[in-house]
Design a protein around this ligand. Structure first.
Ligand code: UDP
Ligand code: MG
Length: 233
């Protein structure tokens, strides 16, 4: 495997002021050791691309302070709120790594799980998708609805994952180059990738309830996801 590869972690942010410092600290603690000689999985370097998606709280000020103190942090600021997928796309466009990891800012997923995803890529996969096997969101309004949606997406696409909606995923950069991301499409990247011949793996990851800030989504997202699924098809 390429020992000198660079990782770009892409994080979409809308009103996450209280999550950003702990997020940066935990990412640094998880990734810095991978840049040391002999580490496995190993990284030549990494960058953290923090994309502010039109936040109206103090997120942008906190991001500026974090970036001023860490050369590995890049901040991308969108002029208004575009949504999670466009924010991820903007981050990917500004990223220079050969490996891309997407992660939410709210610490519902553990930055400490990233090395495990990288190790799985090293087994020869092109996409490693997180699976919130023990998901800590509202049981019916979120978890049941998403189970039904995941089944539909699997059937319609012919690509079988348990959890498309988990943002924590790792990709080889090339697999992101063949198509355009819009709408709620980030969740469908493994499908496009697989259709293009990529090797896909799904790995259980830790999931937590949100501690700070609020979810930006309600039930209406499911309709957008299903419309996007039609487009995919
Ligand atoms: N987010 C964003 N733009 C939006 C909505 C959300 O960048 O318009 C970010 C948000 O800050 C978080 C991630 O996308 O980092 C996932 O959002 P959220 O946690 O609200 O979704 P949920 O986990 O409830 O599905
Ligand atoms: Mg969340």
């Amino acid at each position: 495997m390429n020992q000198a590869r660079k990782l770009s972690v892409i994080i979409p942010i809308k009103e996450e002021q209280d999550n950003l410092r702990p997020l940066h600290e935990r990412l640094t603690a998880a990734l810095e050791p991978l840049t040391k000689p002999g580490a496995s999985p190993s990284l030549g370097d990494y960058e953290i691309v923090l994309v502010d998606d039109g936040s109206r709280d103090q997120s942008m000020n906190v991001l500026r302070e974090i970036a001023a103190a860490d050369r590995r942090v890049k901040v991308v600021r969108l002029r208004r709120n575009y949504g999670q997928t466009p924010a991820l796309k903007a981050g990917i466009d500004h990223a220079s790594g050969e490996v891309i990891v997407s992660l939410d800012a709210d610490l519902q997923n553990d930055p400490e799980d990233i090395p495990m995803l990288l190790a799985k890529l090293d087994e020869g996969y092109d996409v490693v998708s997180g699976w919130r096997k023990d998901r800590k969101d509202a049981a019916i309004r979120r978890n049941l609805v998403s189970r039904i949606a995941n089944n539909m997406i699997s059937k319609i696409s012919g690509v079988h994952l348990n959890d498309y909606g988990c943002t924590l995923k790792a990709y080889r950069r090339e697999v992101l180059e063949g198509f355009r991301l819009y709408g709620e499409m980030h969740r469908f990247v493994p499908i496009y990738a697989k259709w293009q011949g990529a090797r896909i793996a799904e790995l259980p990851v830790t999931h937590h309830a949100r501690k700070a800030g609020k979810s930006k989504y309600g039930l209406s997202r499911i309709f957008k996801v299903l419309l996007d699924l039609l487009v995919v098809k």
